[in-house]
Design a protein around this ligand. Sequence first.
Ligand SMILES: Nc1ncnc2c1ncn2[C@@H]1O[C@H](COP(=O)(O)OP(=O)(O)OP(=O)(O)O)[C@@H](O)[C@H]1O
Ligand SMILES: [Mg+2]
Length: 220
Amino acid sequence: MIQLFHVYKSYGRHRAALEDITFRIEKGEFALLTGPSGAGKTTLLKLLFGLERPDSGQVVIQNRNIARLKESSLPYLRRSIGFIFQDFKLLQKKTVFDNVAVALQITAASPTEIRRRVLEVLESVGLEHKRELLPVMLSAGEQQRLCVARSIVGHPTIVLADEPTGNLDADQAADIVDLLKAINAKGTTVVVATHHREIVSRVQRRVIVLKQGKIVEGNR
Ligand SMILES: Nc1ncnc2c1ncn2[C@@H]1O[C@H](COP(=O)(O)OP(=O)(O)OP(=O)(O)O)[C@@H](O)[C@H]1O
Ligand SMILES: [Mg+2]
């Protein structure tokens, strides 16, 4: 499903952000990526989504080495991957409904189909009644649930989440973790970068620990 072989990545002349990373995550697995600030967690997720390219090595997603994928092929890859960003990246001038709907507008779905799927996914994250509001009118936890809704509406095979509970209190964080677990229970592969220990203990799944760009625990 996801395989990295001897991946190196550095930004400019700085010390490598990732050094000789080799691991695999199976289809349907729920993996946590943890480690101190600057360890390379975000960089690793970006490589999986094609937002960054490795200096060397292979990044294989669903049997394709995306390190060599043409720029024009990236949108196809991204259709099968949902990405939950640390800083939300919501469209502030669009409603809750439209923030989710835009994720389907590049597909061939009809307006009726889009409406049905958006309402269904908003219901699953408990935001159906807020669908006409703008993101600023939502709490932090609700905004994060909106991000989850947007990432899953296209039925991705992989969901990547970068600190999805970063600014949330314990209850809100638990809600997000439960949502991600539910998505995973339906067969979606989930990879979450976090330094929240409570998350790690609530999920109780495989933990991959990064330190200074290297995997120090959880490899196989
Ligand atoms: N765009 C960039 N340009 C230069 N250096 C960068 C860039 N992005 C990340 N880095 C560097 O790469 C290293 C890994 O950063 P990364 O953001 O992947 O860490 P992280 O584990 O996600 O940290 P955090 O827990 O703080 O989010 C850091 O040393 C960082 O300074
Ligand atoms: Mg990060």
